[in-house]
Design a protein around this ligand. Structure first.
Ligand code: NDP
Ligand code: GDR
Length: 352
């Protein structure tokens, strides 16, 4: 394989992490194959900058239609692309939505991972293809230990997390049973201007930008007390790549080691959009007002409360630091600023 171009297959390439990972791999000279779903509208917005016309003489980014719920399709794509590295990032990734669509979530996130692993085995690629599984800090769920590390017991608290628990263990099982170079990245929340609009960080930064520009009146949120360990997506995809460059497969936590409440995140985002917030009240009655004008800007809508919540996540990235040389660089305050600026810009106005 000395001079052979490395080929990577990325499921979920149209998502936040898929876009950053594809960019990283292309920069390293990889030929990148991505699986995208058929959609009635364009779903490749995040990879527009790196998109290559399939008519190019030597395209380095090649997209294939596919779905994690379709085994024959996955087998065919793996057979056609013969990847050296497979990054399984595709998932129904919204925790709250998983309470509404538990069966679909299990099908894509749990059984979908199995289908991809089976494709590798059926095609006899166990010794040539390396596998990355997008595992999650949601596996820790209800707090068992703080900070959470690789040895912390799992206690999933949503259909999403339970599906990801299966995916985690089937990845470990294929490593142990068939000698596959398969690794789990247990990634804590990571954000960026490419973050999906319904996750809380992006929902807040978009609203802060829109409200400051007079384009939105109010923001409705759920649990403001939830605490998350938020890092930058761009740095986390580098950690994924590093895991597949190791001689031995293993499981790693990627996190910053710091945790922030949703309330604090909102306070900073509005501050960066030029609005100082004042929070008053408690629980479902809590509200946030503009300190200067007294205008009500944030209200609680219990619709966003989850049937079972994950209250506190804070990770210990010590193993990744020691074995992969990976460490986060961007702090949460800087991430908030970058996201708000990007949303102000998107809404047609530079920072005022
Ligand atoms: P996104 O929701 O932004 O992207 C998910 C991707 O999966 C999209 O490309 C989506 O396609 C695709 N997808 C969804 N369902 C299917 C399916 N059935 N078949 C094929 N593709 C599908 O997620 P992120 O980029 O934020 O996360 C990447 C992975 O990492 C996910 O597995 C997520 O669960 C996991 N994770 C994320 C963390 C985070 O903080 N971001 C933390 C820990 C784990 P489409 O664009 O068409 O919707
Ligand atoms: P999470 O991300 O569930 O941690 O999963 P999300 O941003 O959806 O929620 C974080 C916390 O914020 C609280 N919250 C709200 N959440 C949303 N989406 N909308 C709201 O209005 C709102 N108000 C408060 C939530 O209750 C929660 O506590 C993300 C996903 O990327 C997963 O795929 C990934 O595995 C984990 O991060 C690590």
């Amino acid at each position: 394989m000395a001079n052979e171009t490395k080929r990577a297959l990325v499921t979920g390439i149209t998502g936040q992490d898929g876009a950053y990972l594809a960019q990283l791999l292309l920069g390293k000279g990889y030929e990148v194959h991505g699986i995208k779903r058929r959609s009635s509208s364009f779903n490749t917005g995040r990879i527009e900058d790196i998109y290559q016309d399939p008519h190019d003489p030597d395209p380095r980014l090649i997209l294939h239609y596919g779905d994690l719920t379709d085994a024959t399709n996955l087998i065919r794509i793996v057979q056609e692309t013969q990847p050296h590295e497979i990054y399984n990032l595709a998932a129904q990734s919204h925790v709250q939505v998983s309470f509404e669509t538990p069966e679909y979530t299990a099908n894509s996130d749990a059984v979908g991972t199995l289908r991809l692993l089976e494709a590798i085995r059926i095609l006899g690629l166990e010794k040539t293809a390396r596998f990355y599984q997008a595992s999650t800090s949601e596996l820790y769920g209800s707090v068992q230990e703080v900070p959470q590390r690789e040895s912390t017991p799992f206690y999933p608290r949503s259909p999403y997390a339970v599906a990801k628990l299966y995916a985690y263990w089937i990845t470990v099982n294929y490593r142990e049973a068939y000698g596959l170079h398969a690794s789990n990245g247990i990634l804590f929340n990571h954000e960026s201007p490419l973050r999906g609009e319904t996750f809380v960080t992006r929902k807040i930064t978009r609203a802060a930008a829109a409200i400051s520009l007079g384009k939105q009146e109010r923001l409705y949120l759920g649990n403001l007390d939830a605490s998350r360990d938020w890092g930058h997506a761009k740095e986390y995809v580098r950690g994924m790549w590093l895991m597949l460059q190791q001689d031995e497969p293993d499981d790693f936590v990627l996190a910053t080691g710091e945790t922030t409440t949703v309330r604090e995140f909102a306070r900073w985002a509005f501050e960066d959009a030029g609005i100082e917030l004042e929070f008053r009240g408690h629980g479902a009655e809590e509200k946030a007002y503009c300190r200067k004008t007294g205008k009500l800007l944030i209200e609680i809508d219990p619709r966003y409360f989850r049937p079972t919540e994950v209250d506190l996540l804070v990770g210990d990235p010590g193993k990744a630091h020691q074995k992969l040389g990976w460490k986060h660089e961007t702090g949460i305050r800087e991430i908030v600023r970058e996201m708000v600026e990007a949303d102000l810009h998107l809404m047609g106005n530079e920072r005022r």
